[in-house]
Write a protein of this length. Structure first.
Length: 667
């Protein structure tokens, strides 16, 4: 039987002492009970989980019965874990132990242990016999950057002692000032490496987005291209720079152009992808590449021939505003994943608010019960433990920022309901949380909702992928999504017919500028898996004509560069001469052979160099801005509580060094 006693030693109780081993007779239960002394032949144990209330349990030295009884009565949800810990402790204690003489020190017993660190291993089978100052500095820098440690850690005596353990005395741990200098050098090296790498790439694409953290706003930019040989997607992060003031379209345009120019890619970006924010849309629309030239005055002005004009002074006084005329941005695509998420959130919510339908009434009641269950789990630890014990999992809680959040939460509930005894367990959880149970109609609605939203969610997840993603996947994905909605529209759905109709109409409306976009259709047709098969009716013939026209122009451009002149240079009358027929297949022949081929693998492009070249140009952009979102997740890790006073420059360097591991080197 458990007894509650104060921690102050009383008569008959042997208190803790420094010369006694302060541990319980049973191993493995330290996370449940702590040794608190003796009372006669019994051991006193303090319950950790009852904190801050102090509970002392008295139990015999040869049994944990009283401890188990306390867990069962006060902490029943931890009983199984406690029993497993006790059993595991018994199995560990049954192993033979080496006898140790109390009077003998540990160092004299373990003579085989080396007293100093003479060598270390990298873990890859290669042993280094000496630690140099350069290698130590490199490892320290990698540790601070990769593990997002506060820079001040290198000045902490405990950390310095840990690092220098076993190292020669002449090796020093760099101070925080030196650490900042090394970070600057590493950042400069990284930028140089990226510039050199990007100089060998013909076509690149970028993604951009704004992010706010702790009253500061940042502009993130990532860069992407396709490897010619493996067709793998290569990516680097270019910037996570501070934005001050209002994020107007001209501020964004100037900041983006400076980043592009810094890495010398302003003339090789084929497209940029951002979300649908009005400031980004207006920035790319207002600063789009154009052939407009500056107006120059033809009027002659009186001038003094004797006056000397200081041209250097005039050019030096040009302000940054004067350079706005040179800012040019690339073609722009709106993030497809963000647009699909707007359909799933805004358009469906608007439909629910606007019409009084059976779907609306049942959906609101069902979602209210789910929201109450999610809220109970987040607000009450007891409710969370009960839900986990019943369902063996915590419920996914939707939030406003995560894509597919509501669908993911309802899909989990649907899967739990479909399990054996799943309905009973859900009912028990709702009864414990004092929430009304789901009705038969509400369960049917959850099933239909997940069935209808699944194609949309799968399309969203697919398009926000980065590895192997091509711009040509966008239109076939949207076409397939529309077909799936048409099939669902023909089904006899009890509740979700308005949901299907809303998704289908929103797809046409929100992607109205995309469905028949020439560049996107060509990008899709140049993927061997699709070619022209995914198109129907007049769209098929239109795409075929676009391809042939495109490769005719490529063919003419190639011939004009490589062929001889159409006229003999010595002929006064410029009479045409007979052209030599090229032995190599023309671009037109290549595209025709490509379209007739049955191969669906990207390696087919290696046999058609002209098609490959155009493929890289049109498929380098990516349909989603998700990569720059991942950059901000790194930024959140870098901007920890202990590092919230980092300067803007140092913060950006740490984020980019951590993100661009491939370009990280230390001189």
């Amino acid at each position: 039987m458990s007894n509650s006693t104060p921690t102050t030693p009383t008569e008959g109780i042997l208190p803790d002492s420094s010369n006694q081993s302060e541990c319980l007779p049973w191993s493995g239960i330290d996370s449940f009970f702590l040794f608190n002394g003796y009372k006669g032949n019994n051991v006193l144990a303090k319950c950790v989980m009852c904190s801050p209330t102090i509970k002392i349990i008295s139990t015999a030295k040869n049994t944990t019965a009283n401890l188990r009884r306390h867990i069962s009565r006060v902490h029943p949800f931890k009983l199984k874990v406690f029993e497993n810990a006790v059993n595991e402790g018994k199995s560990n204690s049954s192993r033979p132990k080496k006898k140790i003489n109390i009077g003998q020190s540990e160092c004299t017993q373990k003579t085989s242990v080396q007293s100093t660190l003479e060598c270390y291993s990298s873990g890859k089978g290669k042993e280094h016999t000496k630690v140099s100052q350069k290698s130590l500095d490199k490892l320290l820098l990698e540790f601070v950057i990769s593990e997002t440690q506060p820079l001040s850690i290198v000045d902490k005596p405990a950390f310095v002692n840990l690092v220098k353990l076993g190292l020669p005395n002449e090796l020093k741990v760099m101070c925080i000032k030196t650490m900042k200098l090394r970070i600057d050098n590493a950042y400069s090296t990284m930028v140089d490496n990226l510039i050199a790498k990007l100089s060998n790439v013909e076509h690149v694409a970028t993604t951009a987005d704004c992010w706010t953290k702790g009253k500061r706003s940042y502009l993130g930019v990532t860069c992407h291209w396709i490897d010619k040989k493996s067709f793998s997607r290569e990516s680097v992060s270019l910037a996570c720079t501070r934005l001050k003031g209002r994020h107007t379209y001209d501020v964004l345009a100037n900041a983006l152009y400076k980043i592009h120019a810094m890495y010398k890619i302003q003339n090789k970006i084929v497209a940029s992808t951002t979300d649908s924010g009005s400031n980004f849309v207006k920035a790319f629309k207002s600063y789009q590449n154009s052939n407009d030239t500056d107006d120059e005055s033809d009027e002659d002005e009186d001038c003094n021939d004797d006056e000397v004009i200081n041209l250097f002074e005039i050019l030096s006084n040009c302000t940054e505003e004067d350079n706005d005329m040179y800012v040019q941005l690339t073609p722009h695509y709106r993030c497809a994943s963000h647009t699909l998420d707007l359909i799933a959130k805004c358009d469906i919510d608007k439909m629910i608010r606007s019409a009084d339908t059976p779907f609306k009434n049942c959906y609101r009641k069902m979602l209210a019960k789910c929201s109450s269950l999610w809220t109970k789990q987040n607000m009450s630890t007891l409710a969370a433990e009960n839900i986990h014990n019943l369902l063996n999992v915590y419920l996914k809680t939707p939030n406003k920022t995560r894509w597919n959040a509501t669908y993911d939460g309802l899909l989990q509930i649907k899967n739990i309901l479909s399990r054996l005894n799943g309905m009973e367990k859900i009912n028990q959880a709702m009864d414990y949380c004092e929430i009304q149970r789901f009705t038969t109609q509400e369960i049917k609605l959850i099933e239909e909702y997940c069935e209808v939203m699944a194609p949309l969610a799968e399309s969203l997840d697919f398009l926000q992928g980065e590895d192997g993603m091509l711009m040509g996947y966008l239109l076939p994905t949207l076409y397939a999504l529309e077909k799936k909605m048409t099939i669902l529209e023909q089904k006899n759905l009890q509740f979700c017919s308005p949901l299907v109709k809303t998704i289908k109409n929103s797809l046409k409306k929100r992607f109205s500028s995309v469905w028949n976009k020439k560049e996107l259709i060509i990008a899709s047709c140049l993927i061997p898996r699709f070619k022209l098969v995914w198109l129907e009716g007049c769209n098929y013939f239109t795409a075929e004509a676009w391809l042939k026209t495109l490769f005719e122009s490529v063919d003419e451009s190639t011939n004009s560069d490589n062929s001889e002149s159409d006229y003999a240079p010595e002929d006064f009358f410029c009479l045409p001469v007979a052209k030599k027929k090229s032995k190599n297949s023309s671009c037109m022949e290549e595209i025709e052979l490509y379209l007739k081929s049955n191969c669906q693998d990207l390696t087919l492009l290696h046999t058609h160099p002209a098609v490959l070249k155009v493929f890289l140009e049109y498929n380098t952009p990516i349909p989603s801005s998700a990569p720059v979102e991942r950059l901000f997740s790194t930024g959140s890790n870098v901007m920890t509580v202990k590092r919230n006073k980092l300067s803007d420059s140092l913060f950006e360097k740490l984020v980019l060094l951590k993100q661009n591991k491939m370009s990280f080197k230390v001189n």
